[in-house]
Each structure stands twice: as C-alpha cells, then as structure tokens.
Design a protein around this ligand. Structure first.
Ligand code: UGA
Length: 443
C-alpha cells in the first residue's frame, strides 16, 4: 500500500455518480465516507442496498461496508472532520423550460460543507455544471470556510455511462482536472495514481476548460446520434437503408461506428438536459449562435419519437382509439432502470393519450415507470405485455427483446405487427415468421 491509499475521501451526493464513485474508491483501498441529505437513501446504502439498478455496484458496496472502508452519513460536520478531500457528486437537473441547469444542489453542498472546513482542504466537483460555475464556487468556498483560501476547489468532470458506471470509474478513458493549485492536483493525482500509472491520460486544465470538456463531450455524442437519425429521416423518403449507410460510414475511422446507432434517439438524465443547459449558458455568454445547431440536434431527436408513433399508427391502419399496443422497454436505455426523459415512455404515454390501451414491460424499470405513468398498463413479462396486441413496439433494446422468438410471440399477439424503434431485430427473421416489420430509417 502506498501513502496515497491511506487518504480519506468524502463523497457528497449518493446518486448514480456519487454511490458509484464512493464504492469504487473504497474498492481501490481508500477510506470513504459517502454523504447524502436523503436519510432514506443513506439507510439503504448502510444496509448494503443500492437504490437504483447499476450492474456490479451492489457487490462493491457490500465489500466496502464489510471492510469498513466505506461508510455513509448525513452529517457535513462528520465529513469535514473525516476527510481532507471532498468530491461533489450531486445532480444538476434541468431547471425549467429555459433549459438552464438547476445548481441548487451544488451550491448547497458547498454552503453546507464550507463552514466545517477548519483545516486546509480540497473540494473537487464531479457534477456537470455550466461553464463559469466552478470559479464562482471556489470564491464562495474560500469566503465561507474558516480555513479561508486554504479551502481550495478544483473541477474534475465524470464521464460515466449508466450501466457501465463501475467500469468507467475504475478504468476511465481520461481524467480531466481543472485547477491551478498544486495542492488540488496532488490530491487528485493521488486518488487516481493507479489509473495514471496504467497510462490513462491525466489532463490538467483551467476550471473553465474542465467544465466545458464535459458538456462538449455530451453535445458531441448527442450530435452524432442526431446526425445518423437525420440520415434515417432522409433514408425513409429516399428509399435508402440507414443501417447499411451507418455501417458503411463506420469503416472510416475518422467517423467511427460508436454512437451512430439510428433509432428512437437519446434520452436519460444527461444528454437531453446537458445540451439544453449548454445552449442556455451560451445565450447568457452572448454566443447563442455558436450552439444554435444544438437546437436542431434536439429537434431531430424529438421528431424520431413522433415518427415512431406515426409508423405504429400506419401499421394499425389509422387511429389508435380502441387498439391494444404493447410497448417493450421503459428505461431510457438497456441495463438501466432510469426513466428520466425516456423516449420509450414518452412514446407509450403519447399513444395512450391518443386512445390506445398501452401495456408496457421492462426488465428493470417497471416500478419507476408505474410511479411516473400510472395511466399506462404494466405487465410483468414480455409475454404478458404482447398478449392480444394489435401492434408491438420495441423501444428499449434489452437483450431479452433482441433475443425474442418471433414464432413464440407471434402465437400470443392479435396481429403480427412490430415497430423496431431501436433497429435491434433481424427483419428477415421476423418477416419469415409472418410479422409485418417496420423500423426507423429503413424500407
Ligand atoms: C452519457 C454519456 O455517454 C456519458 O459519457 C456521460 O458521462 C453521461 O451521459 C453523463 O453525462 O453523466 P448515459 O446518459 O448513461 O451517458 O447514456 P448513453 O449511453 O450515452 O446513452 C444516451 C442515450 O443515447 C440513450 O437513450 C441511448 O439509447 C441513446 N443512443 C446511444 C442512441 O440512440 N444511439 C446510439 O448510437 C447510442
């Protein structure tokens, strides 16, 4: 064990990012105290239960608790007493129609921690924030902390994908740190010394660049998805096949095949709100035209939802009133129970509002979906959802749906009609079983 491994770290916020960060740091050998203002969440974590679906996380929480290296609290005083390095991992949801980020949780984390920082401390933000936030918070921290300027703030954005949070934390593709303080840099390098030794790039920038790296990365990913979905729109009317198009593009390694998957488009707690917050910030900075293309990226993404509904309507031959629609998938992507801005649920709710009886099944997100959309029907299996359906919509590409047997499902539905909203199925295979198969961007 090297000296750095005895470092004690507090992790403020125990949602997807914070709980994953805390458990992974304990796994790496650090002493970690996770903090949240939500008592119920802390109680769950203390008893080894993870309040959301994240493959591989529960065993890490359990082993962290067992080793004594991972503990949880609701007390900022305790966190300040325990650690000299504090990671802010709270959420920054979309505020309102303006699209701007709600910074109240980040502000409150700094405001509540700072008064307890009586000795030199390092605070590092991991949350996604609008450019300029960290500089304001650094000043606020120094003003509120008894340690004054010895309480220093850096920003180190995270790039975790839900469903791969553990892997992305333990083996990130890069570590970015915004700071001009040698003490902040030393603390963050100590935290990731194994990863740096393995050759993972460690980039030190100013605060603003670090904040921008995160939102720029998400804006790029969203743009790439919307680009191929715009090609899907064109393909549909031009008689082309967007799957073949995407494949052909992917062999150019300047383009690459990742995030070039055409379909229902992006949702979740990150890409949609991050591009909107980025546009709102550009507006505030007086450079609105620089990001006006993101408005189109958002619009293309929303149009895919409308198009999916249109295809289903065509398949059932007119209006939805009185029809039975099966929706496979509620989470915003597979291997997640997250339904924030879920394209699947958005489509399901719209079709229900048009008069159809919609029955939804999802392997992990049923409980959350039921809470958010009590007006929909839910089945606890794929078979249950498709029973007597006039049309089936595959809207989240869980492995269970990809591997479904068209013959078996065909025996359960009222009519063999499927809309593959994620281009997840083999059309030839499904058509061979007598299904009318439709997908986005294909004939
Ligand atoms: C995203 C980024 O990928 C992470 O790098 C980032 O750290 C994270 O946001 C964040 O800001 O915290 P995540 O929201 O977990 O991660 O989900 P993604 O895997 O990026 O998928 C986003 C959406 O795009 C999903 O709805 C997915 O179905 C959709 N998607 C993805 C497509 O429609 N097509 C594709 O080819 C790829």
């Amino acid at each position: 064990m090297v000296e750095a491994d005895r470092m004690r770290v507090s992790v403020i916020g125990t949602g997807y990012l914070g709980a994953t960060t805390a458990a992974c740091l304990a796994e790496l050998g650090f002493e970690v105290l996770g903090l949240d203002v939500d008592e119920a969440k802390i109680e769950m974590l203390r008893s080894g239960r993870v309040p959301f679906f994240e493959p591989g996380l529960a065993p890490l929480v359990a082993s962290g608790l067992e080793s004594g290296r991972l503990r949880f609290t609701t007390s900022f005083a305790e966190a300040a007493e325990f650690a000299d390095l504090h990671l802010i991992c709270v959420g920054t949801p979309q505020k309102d129609e303006s699209g701007a980020a709600d910074l109240s949780y980040v502000n409150s984390a700094v405001d509540r921690l700072a008064p307890h920082l009586t000795r030199p401390s390092v605070v590092v933000g991991r949350s996604t924030v609008p450019v300029g936030t960290a500089a304001t918070l650094a000043a606020r921290l120094a003003a509120l902390a008894p340690a004054g300027a010895e309480a220093e703030l850096g920003w180190s954005p995270e790039f975790l994908r839900e469903g791969f949070g553990v892997e992305d934390t333990l083996r990130p593709n890069r570590i970015v740190l915004g700071t001009d303080s040698p003490r902040v840099e030393k603390a963050v390098r100590a935290l990731w010394h194994r990863q740096v030794d393995e050759g993972i790039p460690f980039l030190v920038t100013d605060l603003q660049t670090a904040e921008l790296v995160k939102v720029a990365a998400n804006a790029f990913l969203a743009t790439k998805i919307s680009f191929i979905n715009a090609m899907a729109e064109v393909s549909e009317v031009a008689g082309a096949d967007v799957i073949q198009l995407a494949e052909a593009l992917s062999f150019d390694d300047r383009i690459g095949g990742k995030f070039l998957g055409p379909g229902l488009g992006f949702g979740g707690g990150c890409l949609p709100k991050d591009i909107r917050a980025f546009m709102a910030r550009a507006d505030e900075l007086g450079v609105e035209p620089a990001l006006s293309f993101l408005r189109e990226v958002d619009a293309i993404n929303q149009r895919r939802r409308a198009r999916t509904i249109d295809i289903a309507r065509q398949l059932i031959g007119g209006g939805f009133a009185g029809s039975r629609v099966a929706v496979l998938g509620a989470a915003f992507k597979p291997n997640s129970d997250d339904i924030r801005d879920s394209p699947a649920l958005d489509v399901a709710a719209t079709i229900a509002s048009l008069g159809a009886q919609v029955t939804v099944y999802d392997p992990a997100a049923l409980e959350r979906a039921r809470e958010a959309h009590p007006e929909l029907n839910y089945a606890d299996s794929m078979r249950g959802a498709v029973a007597d359906a006039d049309v089936v919509l595959l809207l989240t590409e869980w492995a269970e749906f990809r591997e479904a047997d068209p013959e078996e499902l065909g025996g359960l539905v009222a009519r063999r009609r499927i809309v593959d909203g994620r281009n997840a199925l083999d059309p030839t295979f499904w058509r061979a079983s007598g299904w009318t198969y439709r997908a986005l961007g294909r004939q």
